[in-house]
Design a protein around this ligand. Structure first.
Ligand code: AMP
Length: 176
């Protein structure tokens, strides 16, 4: 089972994706986590390049991202399936490498609410300016992916407002 989680930053997507991965006993993968780890490799040029991109609220280039994901999903722990959080982020990435998801779960939370949640989270890239930038990127580039998976009949839309457990139960009810 290969599942994509899609939704704005601060929608609770990572929390829900991790819970579902545990329940289904499949691997949870987050491209944000992968890039944050690479960005800590201070001595490598690649690490520094990625750290600058993350700190300025930009996306990592599509080719690098697609390559990393393509390689990662061939590893042993992904052979029974995986949940991917954070990739693809735009239609170009879908074209470069589409992992062949069985289902795409869209966690829908209104913009005002995600801004409030992100402001409280306080991660290094959660400054008001970067939050705005990442949300703009999300609405302009990531949201169009929804239609792609909708047309394939793979999209499940979940209202992401409410209690963590209730939302998780709704997701479990909807996946097949
Ligand atoms: P996230 O934890 O998903 O909010 O991702 C944190 C940061 O990692 C983003 O702001 C991007 O700089 C980078 N990133 C994560 N996923 C992708 C992706 N699919 N394409 C490009 N950059 C990404």
């Amino acid at each position: 089972m290969k599942i994509l989680f899609i939704g704005p930053q601060g929608s609770g997507k990572s929390t829900q994706a991790k819970l579902l991965a545990k329940y289904l006993k499949i691997t949870y993968l987050s491209t944000g986590d992968i890039f944050r780890k690479i960005s800590l490799e201070k001595s490598s040029a690649e690490g520094q390049r990625i750290r600058h991109l993350l700190e300025s609220g930009h996306l990592v280039d599509d080719e690098t991202t697609a390559e990393i994901v393509k390689k990662r999903v061939t590893e042993e722990d992904c052979q029974n399936g995986f949940i991917l959080d954070g990739y693809p982020r735009n239609l170009n990435q879908v074209q470069l490498f589409d992992p062949g998801f069985d289902q795409a779960i869209f966690l829908n939370v209104p913009a005002e609410q995600v801004i409030e949640r992100l402001t409280k989270r306080g991660r290094a890239d959660d400054t008001p300016e970067l939050i705005k930038k990442r949300l703009e990127l999300y609405f302009n580039e990531t949201q169009p992916i929804l239609n792609y998976y909708r047309k394939l009949g793979k999209l499940i839309e979940i209202d992401g407002q409410g209690e963590i457990d209730q939302i998780q139960n709704k997701i479990r009810d909807e996946i097949s």
